[in-house]
Design a protein around this ligand. Structure first.
Ligand SMILES: *[C@@H]1O[C@H](CO)[C@@H](O)[C@H](O)[C@H]1NC(C)=O
Ligand SMILES: *[C@@H]1O[C@H](CO)[C@@H](O)[C@H](O)[C@H]1NC(C)=O
Ligand SMILES: *[C@@H]1O[C@H](CO)[C@@H](O)[C@H](O)[C@H]1NC(C)=O
Ligand SMILES: *[C@@H]1O[C@H](CO)[C@@H](O)[C@H](O)[C@H]1NC(C)=O
Length: 531
């Protein structure tokens, strides 16, 4: 009996030791993931975070806009069926009809309004009515200009961790007051080449000023409006208090991708979180095609948001004509009912396991829209790319790919068979692209902890230290004027002005008295003479 007890204690001890070593010596916590993003591709990132925490033994519940991207994940998944990006909205973005100056504000209006609608979802309302303070220990919020959703952390009174799909935009930096260094840190929407040239700095300065003073303020204004509506002040703390409660930001980015920048301690890089460290087996038919394609195969995907109706038939036909003439098998992720044509070498599928396919050694080329997720998976697996960027950060992602030598980019608006075919032939036949991206792949994977281990470590850290507020930048608790030191400069200027005023006064007094005395002297002398 006692022997069995000793064995049991020993096993518990061993397990505890193992747990401590991998940073999981925290009791299973109840974690809520709220991922209301209108773009299914964002869910792949956030749900990967949720999955890592589930695998580490936490009790994770996910509330999400649409279908679970990981069908076999063990977290509890509640699909809210929130509105996704409307079709005409994406069409307008792809056509780039609106000028930049109205495109961004419009984009923010659309995204924040969708985020507001998500809080009216009946399934969510029911969930919030039945779960409150004490139901969870931590909130993970998928961020997409939905600052007012931070109110949920006040609803549950829990620390909040923000998850973001790519390198932070200003609104994300702003949550943890990460410094904006526009002299040497290019924004997500500039070309990510460092060091910046003079003209690069001019461009970056203008973009950064536009983003910090215009976009971020607009996001804040919209957030305030929707926060006040959804989290009324009689029951909830004000938004600016809730905003100060962000414990961590996870960014799906890694410094090896550039740019190099200073980060506050609670901005944690988990670049590549969605990429499986070990690929899953491919579906049998796909595995057969790829295994047999000894001379190589091509993977073609324009992402999860884009369907045939977003593109013109003419451009689609161009793409079809180019790939149908290639002497390689092409796996094309595309809606079955919208095929631009039939060819022996093209295999269409509505859905393909992209990560597992890119991991296959016979893939020679990835034809992509240049979404960040796709670019990173290609980099991770060392597959060269040809990009047809469509909107958002895709053009600058592909510009960065091209500059780094991982592939080439062709413009969608001016796309021709010749431009696409030239790029495809060049990347297929010139070995330098493959070599460069494979070198990067080794660099990108070389880290002290894998992205999944990083997620688990830092979430446990926040749980262990009750929100880990000691990691926050003090800037979080300061206002704009204090951050620009305007109050200090004003104070010092006031001192200088006061000192100068006093000196002037003294001077005047001395001079005047001097004059009066002289006058008085003269008078005295005159009167003496007269006598
Ligand atoms: C937010 O959404 C709700 C429900 O759709 C709507 O009634 C409300 O007017 C919206 N709030 C604002 C500030 O537009
Ligand atoms: C996980 O957490 C949820 C929400 O608090 C709770 O309803 C559920 O019972 C928990 N499950 C387990 C296995 O602890
Ligand atoms: C901030 O987070 C703590 C837990 O870390 C929670 O108790 C508190 O209610 C939160 N405050 C606000 C204003 O959200
Ligand atoms: C495929 O295209 C048809 C027609 O455009 C559309 O109704 C359907 O929803 C699309 N399917 C998917 C999975 O996008």
């Amino acid at each position: 009996m006692s022997q069995r007890f000793t064995v049991a204690v020993f096993i518990v001890y061993l397990l505890a030791g193992l747990g401590a070593r991998s940073g999981t010596s925290v009791h299973a916590a109840r974690i809520l993931g709220f991922f209301p993003s209108p773009s299914p591709s964002h869910l792949r990132i956030h749900c990967a975070v949720a999955d890592a925490l589930t695998q580490a033994g936490h009790n994770v519940t996910v509330l999400s806009s649409t279908k679970n991207p990981y069908k076999f994940a063990k977290y509890e998944y509640i699909q809210l069926d929130l509105p996704l990006f409307p079709k005409d909205f994406l069409q307008r973005l792809v056509k780039r009809e609106q000028p930049l100056i109205t495109r961004y504000p419009h984009f923010i209006d659309e995204v924040t309004s969708l985020a507001n609608q998500s809080l009216a979802n009946p399934r969510l309302r029911h969930f919030l009515a039945t779960h409150g303070v004490g139901s969870f220990d931590l909130l993970i919020l998928g961020y997409f200009m939905n600052d007012f959703h931070l109110g949920l952390s006040a609803h549950f009174q829990v620390p909040v961790v923000v998850s973001f799909m790519v390198q932070p935009i200003f609104a994300v930096h702003n949550l943890v007051k990460n410094p904006i260094e526009s002299a040497y840190v290019p924004t997500l929407f500039s070309e990510r080449k460092q060091p910046l040239s003079f003209w690069g700095r001019v461009h970056n300065f203008v973009v950064a000023t536009f983003e910090t003073n215009f976009i971020t303020l607009k996001v804040e204004r919209e957030s305030q409006k929707y926060y006040d509506y959804n989290f009324p002040p009689d029951r909830y703390p004000p938004l600016e208090e809730v905003r100060k409660n962000v414990s961590l930001v996870f960014t799906n980015h890694h410094f090896s991708q550039g740019p190099i920048r200073p980060n506050v301690p609670n901005l944690i890089e988990i670049g590549g979180i969605q990429i499986k460290e070990k690929p899953d087996p491919l579906p049998a038919d796909i595995a057969k095609i790829l295994d047999e394609a000894k001379e190589g195969a091509i993977y073609f995907s324009l992402g999860t948001n884009i369907h045939g109706s977003h593109l013109t038939d003419e451009k689609l036909k161009i793409m079809f004509n180019v790939v149908s003439k290639l002497p390689y098998k092409v796996l094309w992720k595309w809606n079955d009912s919208e095929r631009p044509g039939q060819a022996d070498n093209i295999i269409y599928r509505e859905w393909l396991p992209q990560d597992d396919i890119l991991a296959h050694p016979n893939i020679k080329l990835f034809l992509t829209h240049g979404g960040m997720g796709s670019v990173v998976e290609s980099q991770y697996h060392g597959v060269p790319m040809v990009g047809i960027p469509l909107f958002g950060d895709q053009p600058s992602n592909m510009a960065n790919v091209e500059r780094s030598g991982y592939g080439l980019s062709v413009d969608y608006i001016t796309l021709t068979e010749e431009s696409l075919s030239t790029a495809v032939q060049e990347v297929l036949n010139n070995p330098k692209y493959r070599k460069t991206v494979q070198d990067f792949s080794r660099l990108y994977r070389d880290r002290p902890m894998t992205p999944r281990e990083t997620v688990v470590y830092w979430v446990n850290y926040v749980l262990r230290h009750n929100g880990a507020k000691h990691m926050q930048s003090p800037a979080v608790h300061m206002n704009r004027w204090q951050l620009m030191s305007l109050d200090v400069i004003g104070f010092l200027l006031a001192i200088v002005v006061a000192v100068v005023a006093v000196l002037v006064k003294i001077c005047r007094l001395l001079c005047c008295r001097g004059k009066k005395e002289k006058l008085a002297d003269v008078k005295v002398k005159k009167s003496k003479k007269n006598k």
